[in-house]
Design a protein around this ligand. Structure first.
Ligand code: ZN
Length: 257
């Protein structure tokens, strides 16, 4: 399978899924993982407004899943993946603003992550079959109110503010996730730089593990953890998550009111 890129875009008729080629955009009648989706229109790829590339029912995340990040934190290597959830209401698209909450937190961090987009319903899938339920990959910024996370001892409030899940810019299909360069830049300066080869639990293992807890549904997202170098953002900052073969997810930070 060659590389393919999918997005959700704004059209005059509302949001639509689309397949992007070099210069062209094919607008689809439904989600690309729905086998019945047809090409209903074509246009130029230039000037499109990209939205978050899917509408997940749930966003499953993994804590401490890079060797370099575990080392940085002084954590031992976890025996099994540490799962937590972000709500669908936290999702924003490329170019949208991350809103710094006006209360409770003085420390809002970026976390660059490779995200898996599920294409087929999956329950108790074996690691060796997990590739078959994956549609593709995108970039995710697991924005975290770090002080709230420490204060609560569990992570729901810290990870769940509206706008705390930038996602995109596109879904890359056919990309091999085993050794991709992953980088986070804050105002153009590199803050995280690693390879997905440094994950503790690999993509297939994580999809299998999560599917033994909850049924994965088409459009669901599984974020695979962040490498070393997490740190704070301030209103006015621009944060970029770039992953080789996928693209660059860029968002600004604004002060909430
Ligand atoms: Zn994370």
């Amino acid at each position: 399978m060659g590389l393919e890129y999918y997005a959700r875009i704004r059209t005059n008729y509302g949001p639509a899924y689309a397949r992007l080629t070099d210069m062209r955009c094919e607008i689809l009648s439904g989600a690309p993982w729905d086998g019945a989706a047809l090409v209903v229109a074509e246009g130029e790829a230039a000037g499109l407004e990209l939205l978050a590339p899917c509408e997940p029912h749930k966003i499953i995340c993994v804590g401490v899943n890079y060797h370099d990040h575990a080392q940085e934190l002084g954590h031992s290597i976890p025996a099994s993946p540490l799962l937590f959830l972000k709500p669908p209401t936290s999702v924003i698209g490329p170019g949208e603003a991350i809103v710094y909450p006006p209360y409770w937190t003085q420390r809002v961090d970026y976390e660059a992550e490779l995200a898996v987009v599920i294409g087929w319903r999956a329950r108790r899938v074996k690691p060796e079959a997990a590739g078959e339920v994956i549609f593709g990959y995108t970039c995710l910024n697991d924005v975290t109110a770090r002080d709230v996370q420490r204060q609560d001892g569990q992570w729901t409030r810290a990870k769940s503010f509206d706008t705390f899940c930038p996602l995109g810019p596109v879904i890359a299909r056919g990309v091999d996730p085993s050794a991709l360069r992953i980088e986070c830049r804050l105002n153009g300066q590199v803050r995280q730089s690693s390879s997905t080869a440094r994950m503790i639990f690999g993509v297939r293992e994580l999809v299998s593990f999560a599917s033994h807890v909850m049924t994965l549904e088409p459009g669901d997202v599984l974020a695979t953890g962040t490498p070393a170098g997490v740190g704070p953002m301030q209103p006015g900052d621009v944060v970029e998550v770039e992953i080789e073969g996928i693209g660059c997810l860029r968002n600004s930070v604004v002060a909430g009111v």
